[in-house]
Write a protein that binds this ligand. Structure first.
Ligand SMILES: [Zn+2]
Length: 234
């Protein structure tokens, strides 16, 4: 390793290893001794990024460096590790609902936050009353859609996920009530308002919970050991 190359941060290193189940990411290999490889070489990117990192055994790593395995193939191996890959969903179709609910919820919550931000900016920059009314209507529409996706997602998720999903919805609603200066209904939970700056950490936590729930479900499926999982794959 060249002297000017920084080490991969511990948290990132762990994520890459967990993604591959602490085995070589090449599905037929699965050797348990692994190194972290850059798909596009470090010398070109000069950065450690999750999407460009993959766990490989020393043997597969050497074969990749020699060009026996090309970059397109390596991208495919990386893609196969994703919970949302067609391959993963073909094996666990029940994960499809969870993942699509998650995606929809995330998009609609982000949209709601964007509309609230536009509303605040409108108030601060003193746009016309008519424009404020337009932005207010957009907030209401976005919050309605977010609320529908929240109910659906929370009802169809395992408990470990639905707790977080509730926290996200309640947090944004509390922030929205401050922004719009409209009190929440009496029975609505009062929690710490979630502002846009807090969202990356929130999404990261929810993402991990979903990942864990899916992994748990894989463990619980009768007769579905990791080995048979891979035999069916290839
Ligand atoms: Zn290998």
């Amino acid at each position: 390793m060249p002297a000017n190359r920084p080490a991969i941060p511990r948290e990132l290193d762990r994520r890459v290893r967990v993604e591959a189940g602490h085995c070589c990411a090449i599905q037929r290999c699965k050797w348990p001794i692994i190194e972290i490889a850059h798909i596009v070489p470090w010398s070109k990117v000069k950065r450690h990024e999750f999407d460009n990192l993959i766990a490989l055994c020393p043997n597969c790593h050497t074969r990749y460096d020699r060009g026996e395995i090309d970059q397109t193939a390596m991208r495919q191996y990386k893609e196969n590790l994703s919970l949302a890959s067609p391959l993963a969903l073909a094996i666990h179709p029940d994960h499809f609902d969870l993942l699509s609910n998650y995606q929809r919820f995330r998009i609609l919550i982000e949209r709601w936050i964007d509309r609230l931000t536009e509303f605040t900016e409108g108030v601060e920059s003193r746009v016309s009353k008519a424009e404020i009314r337009v932005r207010f209507a957009k907030v209401r529409e976005a919050s309605k859609q977010a609320s529908h996706s929240w109910v659906r997602f929370a009802l169809q998720s395992p408990r470990s996920v639905s707790v977080l999903v509730d926290q996200v919805f309640h947090g944004v609603a509390n922030w929205g009530s401050q922004v719009l200066r409209i009190p929440l209904r009496d029975d609505f939970p009062r929690v710490m308002p979630l502002t846009p700056g807090a969202m990356p950490a929130v999404w990261s936590e929810l993402h991990s919970a979903i990942y864990d729930a899916v992994a748990q479900n894989e463990l619980e499926s009768p007769g579905e050991s990791t080995d048979s999982w891979h035999q069916r794959l290839l």
